[in-house]
Design a protein around this ligand. Structure first.
Ligand code: G4P
Length: 290
């Protein structure tokens, strides 16, 4: 299965992000809690050098909480500031704001000692597509937020949303491109629904997903479908199709339909809280050193 693609607009998005990065003091990097290794771009370490960074493990409501806890500890040990949760919920937004207020206060103190006029801490949300950037920006901004508008010297088009008297959020997120050097990364992104569906073959993807799920969470498939995976993914999909009435003309099992159904269930959390990557398998990659 070939999952490599690199649309031209990503080059543009990256350039825009590099420009916008110059305007901020701190980054809020979002990754998918189910796949923290695959849902980042290692270049961010260099791009965001000298910036403070909060690492959000998002979609925590779909991830295995034990695994998320291991990841948090793993990232703390690497001097990250991880926070996990659900970008749609105020709770995560409040936890992030509380961190940002601490930084703003530290900055205020430093500026005061230097005798310079304190300016707000400016932050930007960054992450690969579909990881929850817009959702988090909306949650952080809330209904009561006010845009501060364009200011002289600020790149045209960038707007600042005032989160408090001391913190401003860029309304445009920075888009990173995931790394596709390894097929595993593409597979994990696809299984979590982070790649465009139309480029994927649902049956081939489901076959890989079923195998992976069986290895990591052996009870998930029989619990959900009352079907036991016996090492033959096609046979599993056939049984699933027949059981769920997914039939083609002539009452033939619709294997693509069954594949899609499995993927929807997996991505919607209906197969349980599932993480595809643990720090012991994916945590010690060279790119992780920050
Ligand atoms: P992006 O800007 O990084 O590209 O991502 P975006 O916020 O658009 O979020 C992508 C999808 O992920 C959206 O679903 C969004 O609702 C969902 N999402 C974001 N954060 C969370 C989370 O913490 N948990 C869960 N379960 N989902 C989350 P969508 O189906 O594309 O759109 P919609 O139908 O929700 O509007």
């Amino acid at each position: 299965m070939n999952l490599q693609w690199y649309p031209g607009h990503m080059t543009k998005a990256r350039r825009a992000m590099e420009e916008n990065l110059k305007l901020v003091d701190a980054l809020v990097e979002i990754r998918d809690a189910r796949i923290p290794y695959s849902s980042t771009n290692p270049d961010l370490a260099a791009l965001g050098k000298n910036k403070k960074r909060i690492l959000v493990l998002n979609k925590g409501d779909l991830a295995d909480p034990v695994c998320t806890d291991h990841w948090e500890k793993h990232f703390v040990a690497q001097d990250y500031l991880p926070l996990s949760g659900d970008a749609r919920q105020r709770r995560l937004g409040d936890a992030i704001k509380s961190r940002l207020s601490e930084w703003a206060e530290e900055k205020r103190q430093r500026d005061k000692l230097k005798g310079i006029v304190n300016r707000p801490v400016r932050i930007m949300v960054v992450g690969i597509p579909n990881v929850g950037k817009s959702t988090l920006i909306n949650t952080l901004a809330g209904r009561a937020s006010s845009k501060t508008g364009n200011k002289p010297g600020v790149t045209r088009g960038v707007q600042w949303i005032r989160l408090s008297s001391s913190v401003e959020l860029m309304d445009t997120p920075g888009i990173l491109w995931p790394r596709f050097q390894s097929e595993t990364v593409g597979l994990h992104l696809a299984l979590c629904g982070s790649l465009k569906e139309e480029i994927l073959d649902p049956r081939a993807l489901a076959l890989k997903g079923i195998e992976l799920l069986h290895l990591r969470y052996p009870d998930a498939l029989p619990n959900k479908y009352q079907i036991h995976y016996q090492g033959d993914g096609a046979a599993f999909l056939r049984e699933l199709a027949l059981k769920q009435g997914l039939l083609l003309k002539g009452a033939e099992a619709d294997l693509d339909g069954a594949g899609r159904r499995f993927l929807q269930d997996l991505q919607g959390g209906r197969l349980g809280l599932i993480s595809l990557e643990s720090p012991d398998n994916f945590g010690e990659q060279p790119h992780e050193s920050v």
